[in-house]
Design a protein around this ligand. Structure first.
Ligand code: GLU
Length: 421
């Protein structure tokens, strides 16, 4: 078997463990696992940026193109001071499963730049973004690999990516990135779509296991694009959000938090902890609160064998990618927690990306309500498919196993049809 340095990284090993687990259940040969455990192509780039003070700093970035059996690679790009190559590879593998499970015509990819974007000026951030995209430009395109936002990247970064790419190829390939600003071929509904889907599957699960969603208590870790909009829709559909956090800590109020006020506080003071009516709590405490529904929507590896036993929520909807480790999966299953896996729960973003990409390809637009309706139908259908597969075939396993079984089988079938394995 080949060796690559990322194989020593914890998060990558977690992704491979999940793959091996489902391969065993599906009876897949070792050679299939080997074919799936490495990306088809892994690009590392060096991005020199001229800083505002005149100095030059060099940043490292990656794009991992994991699998293209079902179509062009698709997945976000994250900017994070601790991102590593192993994390990017793991995330690209998760995109392969997510896109296959969602029934999209895409393979999986992911990118990352090791940088703290909060410490850059707007001009430095633009130069970094253009530099990254220039460096990967020959490997992307609307029919090759289609990046999008992820942790700490947004529509403005996508606009710079698109513009840089257009200059290189000499025309606007609108579908080369998704989650673009509205004026540049994006959809107004893209920004809310991941959170919408995360809340939607929590709602559907609550109907099945808690007798309904209304009045149920919710705690959300993370107040970025995902956590924020999950909160909005959870409230819209009648639940009570009693705790929210960001990287600085959390805020708790058993009577419920107000969405608009929280957004205002976050915008003005940069953290939800300054929300006046509530008690400050740590991110750790938030995860262990006595709530009906827990939404980890920040980063990976937050529910582990160390704290899984103390989780009191009855339902978890994974807004982040990889928030629950395989050891924690088993503990949660034993405790009877219904954990809706990331590849199902947070697929709303990439599903809306696909709708945007279809528009870009056709050159004509659906109305916003129609785009949201389409997302709603697809998410609900995907949830039902996974839930019934889980309860009928894999009820001794976490729900993740059912989601993985469907996704991995589709990818393997496509690889066999193409004659790759
Ligand atoms: N970064 C998001 C994810 O992890 C969205 C990817 C996309 O829209 O391509 O699913």
């Amino acid at each position: 078997m080949g060796y690559a340095p990322y194989m020593d990284e914890k998060v990558y090993r977690m992704a491979v463990r999940q793959l091996r687990n489902v391969a065993r259940i599906l009876g897949l040969e070792d050679e299939v696992v080997e074919a799936l455990m490495h990306p088809e192509r892994l690009i590392q780039v060096k991005i020199p940026v001229k800083m505002d003070d005149g100095s030059i700093r060099v940043f490292l970035g990656w794009r991992s193109q994991h699998n293209s059996a079902l179509g062009p690679y698709k997945g976000g790009v994250r900017y994070h001071p601790e991102v590593t190559v192993g994390e990017v590879v793991a995330l690209s593998m998760w995109m392969t499963w997510k896109n296959a499970l969602a029934g999209l015509p895409y393979g999986g990819g992911k990118g990352g730049v090791r940088v703290n974007p909060k410490a850059l000026s707007r001009r430095e951030l633009e130069e970094l973004s253009r530099g990254y995209f220039r460096a990967i430009a020959r490997f992307v395109g609307s029919d090759i690999d289609i990046p999008a936002p992820d942790v700490y990247t947004d529509p403005q970064v996508m606009a710079w990516f698109l513009d840089e790419y257009s200059k290189i190829v000499g025309y606007d390939d609108w579908g080369v990135v998704t989650a673009k600003p509205y004026l540049l071929g994006g959809l107004k509904t893209r920004i809310t779509s991941t959170g919408y889907g995360v809340a939607l599957v929590a709602r559907e699960a609550a109907k099945k296991v808690l007798g309904g969603f209304e009045g149920k208590t919710v705690a959300i870790q993370g107040f970025g694009n995902v956590g924020r909009w999950a909160m909005y829709y959870a409230i819209e559909w009648g639940a009570k959000v009693i705790a929210v956090s960001d990287s600085k800590g959390g805020i708790y109020n058993p009577d419920g938090l107000n969405f608009n006020r929280l957004v205002e506080v976050k915008e003005k003071t940069r953290s939800v902890i300054n929300y006046p009516e509530g008690r400050k709590i740590s991110n750790r405490e938030l995860l262990e609160l006595d709530v009906d529904i827990l939404i980890p929507a920040a980063i990976e590896n937050v529910i582990t064998e160390e704290n899984a036993d103390r989780i009191k929520a009855k339902i978890i909807s994974e807004g982040a990618n990889g928030p629950v480790t395989p050891e924690a999966d088993i503990i949660l299953k034993e405790k009877g927690v219904v954990d809706i896996p990331d590849i199902l729960a947070n697929a709303g973003g990439v599903i809306m990306s696909w709708i945007e990409w279809c528009h870009n390809k056709m050159g004509c637009w659906l109305k916003d309500e129609d785009a949201l309706k389409r997302l709603d139908e697809k998410m609900s259908m995907n949830f039902d498919t996974v839930y019934s597969e889980w309860t009928s075939k894999y009820s001794d396993e976490p729900m993740r196993t059912a989601a993985y079984a469907i996704a991995v089988s589709r990818v393997v079938k496509a690889m066999k049809l193409r004659g790759w394995i």
